[in-house]
Design a protein around this ligand. Structure first.
Ligand code: KG4
Ligand code: ZN
Length: 338
């Protein structure tokens, strides 16, 4: 049996969780920084790392207390060491190393993307290997073939903006607030997804993605409307249509490319995760496509799709079992392919 404390400070959430045997969540604490960053319309890295320094100890403390576990009861600590914002990652890694050194506990290092994949092992039913994993978040949009633990093959990734980043940037240019995903999803519910024919970057020759063009297309469309800076107050119906049409473009691409990968790789199981996977329309459309193709679809609950440390502890359990320990010389890296 393993009891792993997971820590993730890769972006703007300070997260700690305790997970038993890689599958059972004993606690899962996330302190988000939305209030700090929202006036800037995006994450300010320096403010993020400063806030992590303030929050890391209370968040870890709460995770241990909620789980009813003391340091002596931990089998190991799993920390996310990249990819992410370097200043933010440094806080989690330094804290984890100090904790392990002072308490004599083993340390394992987990790639953030590997963590997202393992979010699908924290609920029932769990996917069997092999499966396809689409990670759609604020920092990443990538498609993997996963044959086993630590056997990941990247099929494609975004060449420019991530899908969540596109949501955030479009929300910013429409003056809607931050983070853009949940706001656009809500407004899109009252809009017509066919109102505006925004482009779909299918890039048919590859499994790579590109989402910067759709953001520019929305910007160019908005520029054609008089007094666009007051758009929301002037015409909320139009805003809803823009949101619905933009969202339709993003979802069409994510679903279609996953469908192509199912066909090419001949794999009948798909997991969908990352912050954008919290989107109900995407969940519905992906499930419909998988049902039509007779493929199994595994989508974690929304709170496990967005950044959390339970997913880091879950992946960490496998590193722990494989004795794949990290030394106290562990250094985080902003860029770290899986
Ligand atoms: O996985 P995550 O919490 O952090 C990263 O690793 O990036 O993803 C955050 C991203 C943000 O861009 C946010 O706008 C997007 O996920 N997001 C959503 C929704 N909820 C969060 N996008 C679309 N619909 C949502 N409901
Ligand atoms: Zn993430």
């Amino acid at each position: 049996m393993s009891i792993i404390l997971g820590i993730d400070t890769s972006c703007d959430d300070t997260a700690a969780a305790v997970v038993e045997n890689g599958t059972k969540i004993l606690s899962n604490i996330v302190s988000n920084q939305t209030e700090i960053h929202k006036k800037y319309g995006g994450i300010v890295p320096e403010l993020a790392s400063r806030r992590h320094i303030e929050m890391i100890w209370p968040v870890v403390d709460e995770a241990l207390k909620t789980a009813g576990i003391k340091h002596e009861g931990l089998s190991g600590v799993a920390v996310c060491h990249g990819p992410g914002l370097i200043g933010s990652l440094l806080v989690g890694c330094s804290f984890a190393k100090a904790l392990c050194y002072s308490k004599g506990i083993p340390l394992v290092a987990v790639n953030h993307l590997e963590g997202h994949i393992f979010s699908s092992f924290l609920e029932e039913p769990k996917p069997a290997f092999p499966f396809l994993a689409l990670i759609a978040s604020g920092g990443h949009t990538c498609l993997y073939r996963v044959d086993d633990f630590r056997k990941y093959r990247e099929l494609g990734r975004t060449r420019d903006d991530a899908s969540g980043e596109a949501y955030d940037k479009v929300a910013k240019l429409l003056g809607l607030g931050y983070p853009g995903g949940p706001i656009i999803e809500k407004l899109a519910q009252d809009g017509n997804p066919e109102a505006i024919d925004f482009p779909r970057a299918y890039l048919p020759e590859t499994f790579d993605f590109s989402f910067s063009g759709i953001k520019t297309a929305v910007l160019n469309y908005v520029k054609t409307i008089p007094l666009h800076s007051e758009l929301r107050t002037l015409n909320s119906e139009l805003i809803n249509d823009i949101c619905a049409s933009f969202q339709a473009s993003i979802i069409d691409v994510l679903v279609k490319k996953t469908e192509w990968a199912i066909r090419k790789e001949r794999i009948k199981r798909v997991i969908l995760t990352g912050g954008v996977a919290a989107n109900n329309e995407l969940r519905k459309r992906m499930k419909e496509m998988c049902d039509e193709r007779g493929s199994g679809i595994f989508i974690p609950s929304a709170y496990l799709c967005t950044d959390n440390a339970a997913m880091i502890a879950s992946a960490g359990h496998h590193h722990f079992k494989a004795s794949n320990f990290a030394g106290l010389d562990l250094n985080p890296q902003a860029y770290m392919p899986l």
